[in-house]
Design a protein around this ligand. Structure first.
Ligand code: AHG
Ligand code: MN
Ligand code: MN
Length: 339
C-alpha cells in the first residue's frame, strides 16, 4: 500500500480517481459519477455537522424510534435527510433505501434510473454523545435487467455479490471515505482546507495476520459454540501462535477500518438478544463484506459467504465475521472441527 501525496506531490481527488476508473468503460454517460457526487457532498455535510456536534443542538435522542425499534439520535435523522435529499436529486437512482426508513423509496420508474442505493446514514450513533467515531455505509446495486419499465421495491433484494460499488465514510480523527467499485479498495481523506476527498490510501490490502479481535465480548456466553471457541482460541494463541488482544469501539465502521488497515478480525455473532445477529445485511454487512473481500480478506455468516446471502427484506439482520486470511483460515478450521 502506498500513501499519498504522490511522489510528484500532486493530489488526486476522489472525483479525479473516479473519472480515471470510468474511462475504462467507453461510452460511460457520467451518470455514475454524478451519483457518487451525491454521496461525497452529503457526507461532507454530515462530517461538518459531526465536527460541531458539541456546539450545535444535535446531540441526544430525537424522541422517535426507528423501524428497528431503536431510539433515533438527532444526527441519525439529520444524516438520513441529507443523504435522501442529495441522492434524491440524482436522475440515475431509481430506488433509495435507508436504515432509518421502514420502506424503500421508489423515486423513478424511467429506464435511465438504473441504480439502487442502500445506506446506513449514521452507524454507531450511540457514540455521538461521547465524541467517539461514527460512520456512514452505502451499497450500490444495479436495477435488474428483467423487470421491464417498472421499478418495484423488491428489485433491491439482491445478494451482496451483485453490488457494483460500496463504501463507508468514517467520521473519526479525520474524515475518510473508503470505496471500491471492484478495482481495488481506496481510501480518500477529507482535506478540510480544500473541502475535497483526497486519495491517501491507494489499493488497501489487509495484512495476512493482525493482532486484534473486535467483538462485544460481554455476549460471549450466548455465542454459538463455534464463535465462542474461535474467540477463546485467538486468546490462547491458536491462530499462528499469536495471542490476540481485543479492540472494540462499538461502531462497526471504525472497528472495520482499523481491521482493514492493521489486520485482525471483526465479528458480531448471534446472541440471546439478537439471535439472527445484530448487523443489517443490506446496508451494513454487504458493503463491508464487499470491501473486505476486495482488500484480500473474507466475510462470513456461519458457514456461508455474506455476499451470497439472498435477502428477504431490506432490514434483515445477519451475523458476521470478517477478517484477514489467517484469521479466516482459523475460523474455517473451527467450523470444520464443529467446535
Ligand atoms: P447503528 O448505530 O447504525 O444502529 O449501528 C450500531 C451497530 C454497529 O455499528 C456496531 O458494531 C454495533 O451496532 C454495536 O453493537 P453493540 O453495542 O451491541 O456491541
Ligand atoms: Mn449501523
Ligand atoms: Mn445507523
Amino acid at each position: 500500500m502506498s500513501t499519498k501525496p504522490h511522489a510528484d506531490n500532486t493530489i488526486i481527488t476522489f472525483e479525479q480517481h473516479n473519472l480515471l476508473e470510468t474511462q475504462r468503460y467507453p461510452g460511460s454517460s457520467g451518470a455514475f459519477a454524478w451519483l457518487l457526487s451525491g454521496i461525497t457532498l452529503a457526507t461532507k455535510i454530515i462530517a461538518a455537522k459531526v465536527r460541531r456536534a458539541g456546539l450545535s443542538d444535535v446531540m441526544g435522542e430525537a424522541g422517535a424510534v426507528n423501524v428497528q425499534g431503536e431510539n433515533q439520535q438527532k444526527l441519525d435523522v439529520f444524516s438520513n435527510n441529507v443523504l435522501l435529499h442529495y441522492l434524491g436529486l440524482r436522475e440515475s437512482i431509481g430506488i433509495l433505501a435507508s436504515e432509518e426508513n421502514e420502506t424503500p423509496l421508489v423515486l423513478k420508474q424511467e429506464a435511465e434510473a438504473k441504480y439502487i442505493v442502500v445506506f446506513d446514514p449514521l452507524d454507531g450513533s450511540s457514540n455521538i454523545d461521547v465524541n467517539a467515531p461514527v460512520g456512514t455505509t452505502f451499497s450500490i446495486l444495479r436495477r435488474p435487467h428483467d423487470v421491464g419499465d417498472r421499478h418495484d421495491q423488491n428489485d433491491l433484494l439482491q445478494s451482496g455479490r451483485h453490488q457494483i460499488a460500496a463504501g463507508y465514510v468514517l467520521y473519526g480523527s479525520s474524515t475518510m471515505l473508503v470505496y471500491s467499485a471492484g478495482a481495488g479498495v481506496h481510501g480518500f481523506t477529507l482535506d478540510p482546507a480544500i473541502g475535497a476527498y483526497v486519495l491517501s490510501h491507494e489499493n488497501i490490502r489487509m495484512p495476512t495476520q493482525g493482532k486484534w479481535y473486535s467483538v462485544n465480548e460481554a455476549h460471549i456466553e450466548s455465542f454459538p459454540p463455534t464463535y465462542r471457541n474461535y474467540v477463546e482460541g485467538l486468546r490462547r494463541g491458536e491462530c499462528g501462535s499469536k495471542r490476540y488482544a481485543s479492540r472494540y469501539i462499538g461502531a462497526m465502521v471504525a472497528d472495520v477500518h482499523r481491521m482493514l488497515l492493521k489486520g485482525g478480525v471483526f465479528l458480531y455473532p448471534p446472541t440471546i438478544d439478537n439471535p439472527a445477529g445484530k448487523l443489517r445485511l443490506m446496508y451494513e454487512a454487504n458493503p463491508i463484506a464487499y470491501l473486505v473481500e476486495h482488500a484480500g480478506g473474507r466475510a462470513m455468516c456461519g458457514d456461508q459467504r455474506i455476499l451470497d446471502i439472498r435477502p428477504e427484506s431490506i432490514h434483515q439482520r445477519t451475523a458476521m465475521i470478517c477478517g484477514g486470511p489467517m484469521e479466516m483460515d482459523f475460523y474455517e478450521k473451527c467450523l470444520g472441527a464443529g467446535r
